[in-house]
Design a protein around this ligand. Structure first.
Ligand SMILES: [Zn+2]
Ligand SMILES: [Zn+2]
Length: 183
C-alpha cells in the first residue's frame, strides 16, 4: 500500500499527529507513518508579513524526499502564506510528492472562540486529505461537500466531508490504473 509520511514542522502537538496517522487511512486508501525528525520552519519566516512562506517549506521538503518515498505531508502550527494571498491553510505540489498544512487558522481560538479539539482534528484531517488530493493530481471540485472543494475560510472546510466525492474518487482510480499500466 502507498505510504504517506507525516513530517512535523516546528512544534506540533504529538497527539494531533497520532490522530492523523489513524484517520488519513480512513479517508484515502493509504498507510500513514510519522517521521522521527522535525523540520525547522525558521528560514521560511518573512518578518515583513510575520508569516511563513509555504512554497519555501515545500522546497525544503523536496530535499528530504528519498527515492522510494511516495508522499510527504508536513504538519505545521505556524501561519502560512503565498505572496498573492493573505494566508493559506496549506499548499501542495500538483502531482506530488510534497504538501504542507497548518493548524494555525484551523483553531477556534484564532477566531476568538473557545478551543474545540474535536473540530480542530476534523479540519486538520480535511485539509490534509485535500492537499494529498492535489499531490495525486486532483483539482478543485465544484461539490462543496467534497474534500477537494476549494475553501478560503474555515466555515467552508466545515461543510466538507472528510472523503472524496464519487467523481473525484473515480478520477483518482483512473489515474491509479494508468499509473499501474505504465509500471
Ligand atoms: Zn486546494
Ligand atoms: Zn469531488
Amino acid at each position: 500500500m502507498n505510504l504517506v509520511h507525516l513530517l512535523p514542522v516546528g512544534k506540533v502537538d504529538a497527539s494531533l499527529l497520532r490522530e492523523l496517522r489513524a484517520t488519513i487511512p480512513q479517508s484515502l486508501h493509504v498507510a500513514c507513518e510519522i517521521l522521527p525528525y522535525v523540520l525547522d520552519p525558521t528560514s521560511s519566516y518573512h518578518a515583513e508579513r510575520q508569516q511563513y512562506h509555504s512554497s519555501e517549506i515545500l522546497q525544503r521538503m523536496q530535499a528530504l524526499v528519498r527515492p522510494r518515498d511516495w508522499r510527504l505531508l508536513a504538519i505545521a502550527d505556524v501561519d502560512l502564506y503565498i505572496p498573492i494571498l493573505k494566508y493559506v491553510f496549506g499548499e501542495a505540489q500538483m502531482a506530488g510528492p510534497c504538501a504542507v498544512v497548518s493548524t494555525y487558522r484551523l483553531r477556534q481560538e484564532f477566531y476568538g472562540l473557545d478551543r474545540d479539539d474535536a473540530l480542530l482534528s476534523q479540519r486538520l484531517l480535511k485539509e490534509s486529505v485535500h492537499e494529498l488530493g492535489h499531490t495525486l493530481d486532483l483539482r478543485h471540485c465544484q461539490d462543496y461537500r467534497c474534500v477537494m472543494a476549494s475553501s478560503h475560510a474555515v466555515e467552508w472546510i466545515d461543510l466538507r466531508e472528510t472523503t472524496l466525492c464519487e467523481s473525484c474518487h473515480s478520477q483518482l482510480e483512473s489515474k491509479a490504473n494508468l499509473a499501474g499500466r505504465r509500471d
